[in-house]
Design a binder for this molecule. Structure first.
Ligand SMILES: [Cu+2]
Length: 148
């Protein structure tokens, strides 16, 4: 009986591992993301690992990652970010929070930060860097595909 329970636990654990995915996103002082499109599957546990690969440390530009829910426009949301300097250019009001999946904080050269979320309903989730003036060059999308 004990052996059976152990194997059931292991099977469950490995299923969860397959359901998790890690997306590697990089940027540096050139103000571009290394990748602008990712695909995940509905219900997957997604971790975005964002690294600022600039070798200039404190002197480098800082970048962040703001991930929006489908149907929200980067250009509109970026205006609100611009007014939220005190919170790292991520707005904290209720409406804005509902429009976002989440955000990775401002990240300096050589630093890595991440966020984890469960992929929601299928669609295109726009992401961008909300440091003032960056969104135009630093944006992309995570496409959530329906579960088969
Ligand atoms: Cu940036």
């Amino acid at each position: 009986m004990r052996a059976l329970i152990t194997s059931l636990v292991l099977a469950t654990a490995s299923t969860h591992a397959a359901d998790a995915v890690k997306l590697e996103l990089h940027a540096d002082d050139r103000m571009v993301f290394n990748k602008t499109s990712f695909e995940v599957v509905e219900g997957q546990k997604v971790t975005i690992v964002f690294k600022n690969t600039s070798p200039r440390g404190d002197k480098s530009m800082k970048h962040n990652v703001v991930l929006l829910k489908p149907g929200n426009l980067i250009v509109t949301f970026a205006v609100k970010c611009g007014r939220a300097a005190e919170s790292g250019y991520v707005p904290t009001d209720k409406e804005s929070k509902e429009q976002m999946v989440g955000a990775i904080k401002l990240t300096g050269g050589g630093e890595t930060n991440s966020m984890t979320f469960t992929a929601g309903e299928p669609g295109e989730y726009p992401f961008f860097c909300s440091s003032p003036g960056h969104f135009d060059k630093m944006q992309g999308k995570i496409i959530v595909k329906p579960k088969k």
